[in-house]
Unconditional design. Structure first.
Lengths: 216, 264
């Protein structure tokens, strides 16, 4: 069994790198888009709020796999041809963005109105209120669900294998295809995913402790 | 500058302000002038519009008609032409000229006592961190909390939090200080320490408008008392006059009678 694992490792390493790269792209892009749209959902004018609401509800109502096939097989019909890698990243990012929007809405919405009013009363502008008063407090409530979502993104990235991208999952399947020894490889794969996500959970607990300035 | 009336010596000039929430009229043509250095307390039954009026003064609430001027400058709307809300930037600048202390303190929980005071000084007044820190320490000293500069709000008692709230407001050197039932959320034994701070500010000549249920304080510390009922100013005058037993104002008399029955 050890020899099989040693044989597999170089193949898996490349797949693992792809998994991390996809996860990183999805997490960073969805964070940027999700925070922007989330702020629009909470503070924007009615048309913006509606647009974000519809986007978020639609995306969250579609299975991520359907979304991925739609982007890869459906968009070319609309004239948009994406390489399988970018199609997968786009689909996962859309999905994750809709989640981040909701985390932001929940976190920002949970800050009492009095905080905004106190910030207004000392003469802070909207932007200053967000960056100095609302976001620092909302961050604490945003982090736990978001980090949970990051681990989901790492696990969910395994879906890109269905578009033929050689990520960790696909690499495992390829090695199994050569060795016909499924169990050791799946266990190894599970351990790798687990190691990544456990590290993320651990980091998040550290982070949460750092932001525990409110006792409620 | 286009000023509407001829005598504009009043620091705060509220003229004919009306406001409705849906079909409920909360303010009916309220007019009130407050001179520099005056301490005006606003009393009245709940739902009479006291707090709403105060919140209109720094435009936390908009109003439907009338005008509110501080130092001759319209607070929430542009001076000329049609009634148009000021830009976000202008509003922020106008609000920086008034200080507000809230019933529920509303300290920023992620900042220390000093940090709460420094935020406006650095972001709005453009002071350096060191300078802001000095001012914060000065005001914390004034409210008797010099030793709590590094404490987070959650580590302070209600009375201490409210004193930081006052320090945060006055450190901005506002032209006028608005106090919205600032002792209502406090345990009775903590009320005194907060009112003592307000009293010392009054002695310094700070102009204040204070919504309160503390009748003894209104009697002793204010230059004038405004009695509001049903969204309007029902009576206004020096404390002795307003709190006199033999007032002819029926609403005021029954308010005071009920008040005496429950508080004395």
């Amino acid at each position: 069994m050890l020899s099989q694992i040693l044989y597999a490792l170089p193949f898996l390493a490349q797949g693992f790198a792809v998994t991390l790269w996809v996860s990183l792209l999805v997490v960073v892009l969805s964070l940027i888009a999700g925070v922007a749209l989330g702020v629009g959902l909470v503070y924007g004018p009615a048309p913006v709020r509606w647009a974000v609401r519809i986007f978020s509800d639609t995306i969250r109502g579609i299975p991520i796999l359907v979304l991925m096939f739609f982007v890869y097989y459906g968009l070319p019909a609309a004239g948009l041809h994406l390489q399988s890698f970018w199609a997968a990243v786009l689909a996962l990012t859309l999905f994750k963005t809709a989640q981040v929007v909701e985390y932001v809405r929940g976190a920002v919405g949970s800050i009492p109105k009095g905080q905004s009013e106190a910030a207004m009363a000392i003469g802070l502008t909207f932007r200053q209120r967000l960056t100095s008063v609302i976001f620092p407090q909302a961050l604490r409530r945003f982090l736990p669900p978001w980090i949970n979502g990051v681990t989901d993104a790492v696990k969910g990235s395994a879906l890109v294998s269905l578009l033929g991208i050689t990520d960790l999952m696909q690499a495992i399947n390829q090695v199994i295809g050569r060795t016909y020894e499924a169990m050791p490889l799946y266990i190894l794969g599970a351990l790798i995913y687990f190691a990544v996500n456990y590290a993320l959970s651990y980091a998040s607990r550290r982070l949460e402790r750092r932001f525990a300035f409110i006792r409620d | 500058m286009a000023t509407s009336s001829n005598d504009t010596t009043a620091l705060l000039d509220i003229a004919g302000v009306s406001k409705a929430f849906g079909s409920v009229e909360v303010l009916r043509a309220v007019s009130l002038k407050v001179d520099k250095g005056e301490v005006v307390t606003v009393i009245g039954p709940s739902g009479s519009g006291k707090t709403t009026l105060l919140r209109c003064v720094n435009f936390l609430e908009s109003y439907d008609s009338g005008s509110i001027r501080i130092d001759g400058k319209e607070v929430g709307f542009r001076e000329a032409g049609a009634r148009q809300r000021r830009s976000e930037r202008d509003l922020a600048a106008m609000r920086a000229e008034t200080g507000m202390v809230f019933q529920s303190f509303n300290l920023f929980p992620h900042l220390t006592a000093a940090g709460n005071i420094m935020l406006g000084l650095t972001k709005v007044r453009g002071k350096s961190k060191a300078e802001a820190r000095q001012i914060a320490e000065h005001w914390l000293g004034r409210v008797g909390l010099a030793h709590k500069a590094e404490s987070l709000p959650a580590e302070l008692s209600g009375g201490q939090q409210q004193r930081v709230g006052i320090a945060r407001a006055v450190a901005m050197e506002p032209k006028i200080l608005l106090l919205d039932e600032i002792t209502s959320a406090l345990d009775p034994e903590l009320v005194g320490e907060v009112l003592a701070v307000v009293r010392s500010l009054a002695e310094d000549g700070m102009t204040m408008v204070m919504v309160t249920h503390e009748m003894a304080f209104a009697r002793d510390a204010s230059s004038r008392i405004v009695f509001m009922a049903d969204g309007g100013v029902s009576a206004v005058g020096p404390p002795k006059e307003i709190l006199a037993q033999e007032t002819t104002n029926e609403r005021l008399r029954s308010f005071l009678a009920r008040f005496r029955a429950s508080h004395f």
